[in-house]
Design a protein around this ligand. Structure first.
Ligand SMILES: [Zn+2]
Length: 67
């Protein structure tokens, strides 16, 4: 397995912080970091961190609550 961001996520995948359970939704973006709506998780800038707990993007896992 490759560490870091899972390769199977696509541009519409919502990503969940495994530390604080914040969910990044590409439809909404992240107004706190001025990420525009429609920005895929893998297109987030290098400096982006979890707005709630400051975790790095590799702490995020695909959200599965709509399965
Ligand atoms: Zn977090």
């Amino acid at each position: 397995m490759t560490p870091g961001i899972p390769s199977r996520i696509d541009d519409a995948t919502r990503m969940e912080c495994k530390i604080c359970w914040y969910v990044y939704d590409p439809v909404e973006g992240d107004p706190i970091e001025q990420i525009e709506p429609g920005t895929p998780f893998r297109a987030l800038p290098d400096y982006w961190r979890c707005p709630q707990c400051d975790a790095e993007p590799n702490a995020f896992i695909p959200a599965t609550d709509d399965d």
